[in-house]
Design a protein around this ligand. Sequence first.
Ligand code: NCD
Length: 307
Amino acid sequence: MALCGSDLVSIIPLSTRDIMGLIEDAEELRRALRVYGSLSLARGRIMATVFLEPSTRTKLSFTFAMKRLGGDVVDFDASRSSLLKGETDRDTLRIIDGYGPDIIVLRQSKPGFPMEIKDEIEAPIINAGDGWNEHPTQALLDAYTIWRRLGRLSDLRVGIMGDLRYGRTPSSLSYLLAKFPGNTIYYIAPPELSVRPEIREKVAGKAEIIETESLEDVIEELDILYVTRLQKERLPDPSIYERLKGIYRVDAALLRRHRHIPLIMHPLPRTWELDPSVDEFPQAIYFEQARNGLYMRMSIVKNILCL
Ligand code: NCD
């Protein structure tokens, strides 16, 4: 798939070549930023950020990315918009698109929404999270982080732990890992949060899948442990949260019980599942992971804008 001029709504259409190309560009942009501070590649181009669900990292890193590329950003403030008068998300997007942004970064709560509207919208759309479905740019920055640390995206043993049912980062990361040879994905979750069937189906036959409820049984086999938050806002019933709260948790004491400690990743924000006592371990790379998001998102924007 050529990224130039196209939407990025899912990780699925990307080839391993596309992914490696994005990683190479992220490395190059990182070096260029170190030398020049800011670039002017995207001068005169405008990104619209449309976040209809909360965000810190994704929105800010896209904003920094576009500005460091020399472009402009217009942010849509949902909390003061005509959405409050009952305007639909679809109409809102059509209006924003009519003003002619060069790229739209969209986060919305309905799974599949970017796919539904992309043909009505002229600007390329980057999916910054569609409900529980997918978060492709997160998977790309996760891959970039793994590649920087381990030098490969194949022959990995990756544990993905936590809310595999309502989370969108486990799905996109799984689809990405399944493209590279020799990967094993350990899904670590209680039955109520086990991985969605469509993820299992798409990954089966490409990556090996191991499902378990016990982190401690498998932790020593892992190269990477990817921890995720229980998606409280998406649970059908608040009693589920109360019941599952604290059921899985990584802290320093747990890690010290093991001879081998994998790299620890987390898309953030964290709550109780990843204790700050882990921060002091050299294997804790989640802040580095968030920072890598800046360079990967610069790379994504550069490629979609054909710069
Ligand atoms: C994630 C998300 O929004 O899906 N956050 C992020 O973009 N880094 C993870 C989460 O909210 O748990």
